[in-house]
Design a binder for this molecule. Structure first.
Ligand code: PLP
Length: 433
């Protein structure tokens, strides 16, 4: 089947609202290390790690062995009716890593389900359907998670009965508090939170959910300590704090294992997915035991925590630890961020370069100003692809180019990717100015 035919069939049978990258979407058929190959034999350096799913990269012997061993046993079974050793072991590890006291873990198949579960826990525990979230956030595509998503490009279809209020803080570049010092920015966001609590809620809020670094929102980076300051206010009102670690977990931010830890605060629950499975479908919630046990009705997940996904995920955690990939993310993240800042200093379509660890965003603007430039971002993706580099897109206006390579990235690959991205940005600047 030709590429054109596959694309036509995709368009005919899949929903129109599914996001596909590129004028000529690619079909990835093979992968190795940090590189993937398409059906035409073209190779790309993957600076988006799937969608931050392939935390370690492609075709990793240790992960393959764990999966193959499970397949060889012939047991690919349902998940919550029987005891599964790899599931219990994985839950224990995640509970321990979470730093949450008396933590318990529930496994799902995706980040959306993880966040839906966290919403269910918090609303049950607090007997309230009022939730706080951040502007510019993304939390998933089901009924509750779409409602709390603070980006109407993704959330406009929600008619959820949840009561949701959004606050400032996550996205600084286009915030009214942008030009304040870190301290004053935090102060202004806390004042906004207090105001939202007092004026838009009945005071009975279940939880606040935050992404420590907004992912789909364009790798935004709030000042350290913002969420600790929020937590003080939340504690005054008995509101739970949920950290959505779907993109920021597993050491990707370099400085900490979980993104929220950079703020010196322990949340009541964290949700996770993406990188844990290195491509296998697994997600979950880790929460204080008392909160996790708030549900009194029976519940089940047919596939959540299945033996294949949990065997693979344990191997992923082993690999992350044995190769100290968090330290590698910190080191190469700094190399990419400083390199990118220096190389784009005079590029008039680059409004902001930001990030932490291996989550780096470049916000593109109309030359010389700060009007969002989504067309330039789409063009940069094409130009990078033409140079053998895959990067991601995001941001409230679709104008942020995102880099999030596998955490096994080498120095040479970092430099190669950086060179290709800088050339792509330069080429788009020339056609724009
Ligand atoms: N939360 C965050 C922060 C995400 O980035 C995503 C997906 O991009 C989700 C939740 C939803 O995860 P999933 O697509 O696995 O349902």
């Amino acid at each position: 089947m030709s590429h054109a035919e596959l694309l036509a069939r995709h368009r005919a049978v899949m929903p129109a609202w599914l996001a596909l990258y590129y004028d000529e979407p690619i079909e990835i058929v093979r992968g190795s290390g940090r590189r993937v190959e398409d059906a035409e034999g073209r190779r790309y350096l993957d600076f988006f790690a799937g969608i931050l799913t392939n935390a370690i990269g492609y075709d990793i012997a240790e992960i393959n062995a764990a999966i193959t061993e499970q397949v060889a046993r012939g047991v690919l079974h349902t998940s919550t009716l029987y005891l599964i050793r790899s599931q219990v072991e994985l839950a224990e590890r995640i509970a321990r890593l979470s730093g949450i006291p008396d933590a318990k873990v529930f496994f799902t198949n995706s980040g959306t389900e993880a966040n839906e579960t966290a919403l269910m826990l918090a609303t049950q525990y607090r007997r309230s359907n009022q939730v706080l979230a951040l502007r510019n956030s993304y939390h998933g595509r089901a009924f509750g998670t779409i409602a709390i998503t603070g980006n109407r490009g993704w959330s406009a279809t929600s008619l959820s009965p949840l009561r949701v209020s959004h606050v400032h803080g996550g996205y600084r570049y286009r915030s009214p508090f942008r030009h304040l010092s870190d301290e004053d920015y935090v102060r202004a966001c806390v004042a906004d939170l207090r105001d939202v609590l007092a004026t838009t809620t009945a005071g009975d809020v279940a939880c606040m959910i935050v992404e420590p670094v907004q992912g789909v929102g364009g790798f935004t980076l709030p000042p350290r300590g913002l969420f600790a300051a929020f937590k003080e206010v939340l504690d005054e009102h008995g509101v739970l704090l949920v950290s959505d670690e779907v993109q920021t977990g597993w050491g990707r931010t370099g400085d900490h294992f979980w993104g929220i830890q950079a703020h010196g605060v322990v949340p009541d629950a964290m949700t996770f997915a993406k990188g844990l499975g290195n491509g296998l479908a697994i997600g979950g919630v880790v929460a204080r035991g008392e909160l996790m046990d708030a549900i009194t009705a029976q519940s089940i997940s047919t596939f959540g925590g299945n033996p294949l996904a949990t065997a693979g995920a344990n191997a992923v955690l082993d690999y992350l630890e044995n190769h100290d990939l968090q330290a590698n993310a910190a080191k190469l993240g700094t190399r990419l961020l400083t390199g990118l800042r220096a190389a784009t200093e005079h590029n008039e379509i680059v409004g902001d370069v930001r990030g932490v660890g291996l989550m780096i965003g470049v916000e593109l603007v109309e030359p010389g100003g700060d009007t969002p430039n989504p067309r330039a971002a789409a063009r940069v993706l094409e130009e990078a692809k033409a140079r053998g580099l895959l990067v991601g897109k995001g941001g409230l206006h679709g104008n942020v180019v995102r880099m999030a390579p596998p955490m096994t990235l080498t120095e040479d690959e970092a430099d190669e990717g950086l060179e290709a991205l800088v050339a792509a940005l330069e080429s788009v600047r020339r056609e724009t100015t």
